[in-house]
Design a protein around this ligand. Structure first.
Ligand code: MN
Length: 262
């Protein structure tokens, strides 16, 4: 398969290096990734300045690697629209440093890179490792390679986006693989207050993920129980359950919609 690999941790991050190298042993891989860390940039695009794309030495076996001065979504959009000579069969994003579970997917550059693939009709996978150390990427990349082998026969639909989270394990292998739904993953946000050298107050977002009240079939629970979690997700955020209710409200025009001149 022709595979486009991107991420949000930057092209030098160990996760993308491991993923691209593992996939390149079996596939035609091109890497197009941010030139620096762009975590938690969500689906943002760069509109008010130009993008630069420099070809750089890539992980072993890849066809080409480009470092782009933009966000993960910029990278995939630019790759599909300008850099790749032929459209890829698959976009793979990651392997992210840290999990992307539940509501994390709304902020995640890793997931957004995959989403950009799907928006353009290319089935995509996002991979995240539930660890902030440099350990575990090789095992996660090997899982990704084997997952692609299993998916190869399945003819993934063009709008298929699989969000894959891998637990960080010290010893034995993963406990299993579960197909899950997104959990809740609320954060106990807190802001550190500091004073800068000029006497102005600054704020720094901190806080911990609270994993209370998670259902057993969620991504959060799967990873907590040392299983690989695979969640099919979609960018259609329509709340279908609420459509009928809102229609029943019969909201209409009750006042003139053009400004009245007096
Ligand atoms: Mn990241």
């Amino acid at each position: 398969m022709r595979i486009l690999v991107s991420n949000d941790d930057g092209i030098q991050a160990p996760g993308i290096q491991a993923l691209a190298e593992a996939l390149a042993t079996e596939h035609d891989v091109t890497v197009v990734a941010p030139d620096r860390e762009r975590s938690a940039t969500g689906h943002s695009l760069t509109l008010h300045r130009p993008l630069r794309a420099d070809q750089v030495p890539g992980p072993a076996g890849v066809r080409a690697a480009w470092a782009v001065s933009g966000t993960p979504s910029d990278c995939v959009k630019l790759a599909l629209g300008a850099l790749l000579v032929a459209p890829p069969d698959l976009v793979c994003s990651g392997i992210n440093r840290g999990p992307n579970l539940g509501t994390d997917v709304l902020y995640s550059g890793t997931v957004s890179a995959a989403l950009e693939g799907v928006i353009n009709g290319v089935p995509s996978l996002a991979f995240s490792l539930a660890s902030f150390s440099d350990q575990g990427y090789e095992r996660a990349a090997e899982f990704a390679r084997q997952l692609l082998r299993q998916l190869h026969e399945r003819r993934l639909p063009p709008k298929c986006l699989l969000n894959v989270n891998l637990p960080a394990l010290q010893g034995d292998g993963y406990a299993g693989v579960r197909v899950t739904k997104l959990g809740v993953r609320k954060y106990q946000d807190s802001f550190e207050h500091r004073t800068d050298p000029r006497g102005r107050t600054l704020f720094w977002l901190a806080g911990e993920a609270s994993e209370e009240g998670e259902a057993p079939d969620t991504d959060v629970m799967a990873v907590r129980e040392n299983c690989v979690s695979i969640t099919p997700i979609h960018y259609d955020m329509t709340d279908y359950a609420l459509l009928g209710t809102v229609r029943d409200w019969n909201v209409g025009l009750t006042a003139p919609t053009t400004p009245q001149t007096t």
